[in-house]
Design a protein around this ligand. Structure first.
Ligand code: KIV
Ligand code: ZN
Length: 388
């Protein structure tokens, strides 16, 4: 296959890594609804589940495979033949199936999770890829805990699984440990040292334990990865996964990176709310891109600058990510310019003196009432009229 070298593939794992969060479990029909919305968003790969883990997860992969057309549907396995058989079976209706198999790559995991050796782990990795390849062409391999793995051993593992037939190699920072330079450096090392690395797509899969998942993912892309894995709203194990909406908007906002995705960013707001509601996980108000305050301007200095020229305080247009609109929130920190803007919106054009009178009363009210709404503004105007 010929790849556009600047295209970044988007791999969504909301329904697998995201769904591992306690309390976020979904029914199969809820998962189908989200999968269809992910297809409308334009994601390239939907990781639909971990079929061996439960009959429900298996059935969800089957039903999602029937429900979407364009995206690749991916099923997770451990590096063993039993898991792979079940995953292959779950993908039988997928138009574009992918098996995502893998094993630990750090000495921590090799010794203390698998009680094994590097040699044995390498052999299991290769066997899993070769075995999966007999049933499915598209095989993604994950080197779990690659963030803490010895980079020379990681390179050896990645070289071996590409030779065994892996089409995508996933380099997870499973514990969200790396700094962006370290993570980007790992990807660069693989690019420079793994034979035939260009036969596979390098994928970044970062967790957010130190709040660096997005920064690490972008660093990985800068050093040659071309698939990014993440979830909507950044949900996921512990502190979560990379937020897809953040990485996509970083690439759009920084065209000098020269990278692009096929995502319809205008769908972000809607899918964010759908995932939040169905998974019962509120989106924090100050969450980048989709939080309720992401486009709300509340201090007087910012509001004044924004009203003079939106671009003074807006690097993304809210409508570009499907947000209803930017908001000028009236608080005790707001200035006359913001008040005037809202009064005009309500049909009241006041002269300087009139505005000054209303502004004084507005400040008194805003000190005691946190959310000033349109009714409050109309009352302030009416109050001024009866007092004059
Ligand atoms: O974080 C991780 O390492 C994973 C793998 C299973 C891909 O989720
Ligand atoms: Zn993960």
């Amino acid at each position: 296959m010929i790849h556009d070298p600047n295209r970044v593939y988007v791999f969504d794992t909301t329904l697998r890594d995201g769904e591992q969060v306690p309390g976020c479990q979904l029914t199969t029909s809820e998962k189908i609804e989200i999968a269809r919305e992910l297809e409308a968003l334009g994601v390239d790969i939907i990781e639909a589940g971990f079929p061996i883990s439960s009959p429900g997860d298996f059935q969800s992969v089957v039903e999602i495979s029937k429900s979407v057309t364009h995206p690749t549907v991916c099923a997770l396995t451990r590096a063993n033949r039993g898991d792979i058989d079940v995953a292959v079976e779950s993908l039988r209706y997928a138009k574009h199936p992918r098996i995502h198999t893998g094993i630990g790559s750090s000495d921590q995991h090799i010794k203390h999770k698998f009680n094994s050796t590097r040699e044995e782990i390498l052999a299991r990795a290769v066997d899993a890829v070769k075995y999966a390849k007999k049933s499915v062409e598209d095989i993604e391999f994950y080197a779990e805990d690659a963030g803490r793995a010895d980079v020379a051993f990681l390179a050896q593992m990645i070289e071996a699984v590409i030779a065994a037939g892996a089409t995508v190699v996933n380099i997870p920072d499973t514990n969200g440990y790396c700094l962006p330079e370290q993570y980007g450096g790992k990807i660069k090392y693989l690019k420079d040292n793994v034979q035939n690395i260009d036969k596979a797509i390098i994928s970044v899969h970062c967790h957010n334990d130190l709040g660096l998942a997005t920064a690490n993912s972008v660093a990985g892309l800068q050093y040659g990865a071309r698939q990014i894995e993440g979830t909507i709203n950044g949900i996921g194990e512990r502190a979560g996964n990379t937020s897809i909406e953040e990485v996509v908007m970083i690439l759009k906002t920084h065209p000098t990176l020269g990278l692009h995705t096929h995502i319809n960013a205008r769908n972000f707001y809607e899918i964010s709310r759908m995932v939040s509601t169905q998974m019962r996980m509120p989106v924090q108000a100050n969450k980048a891109i989709v939080g309720s305050n992401a486009f709300a301007h509340s201090s007087g200095i910012h509001q004044d600058g924004f009203l003079k020229n939106r671009e003074n305080y807006e690097i993304i247009k809210p409508e570009d990510v499907g947000f209803p609109n930017a908001s000028i929130v009236l608080t005790a920190r707001s200035g006359r310019h913001a008040l005037k803007f809202h009064l005009e919106r309500l049909g009241h054009s006041l002269d300087k003196k009139e505005l000054e009178d209303v502004y004084k009363n507005f400040l008194t009210l805003a000190d005691v009432k946190l959310d000033i709404d349109d009714n409050d503004l109309l009352s302030l105007v009416a109050y001024r009229l009866v007092r004059q």
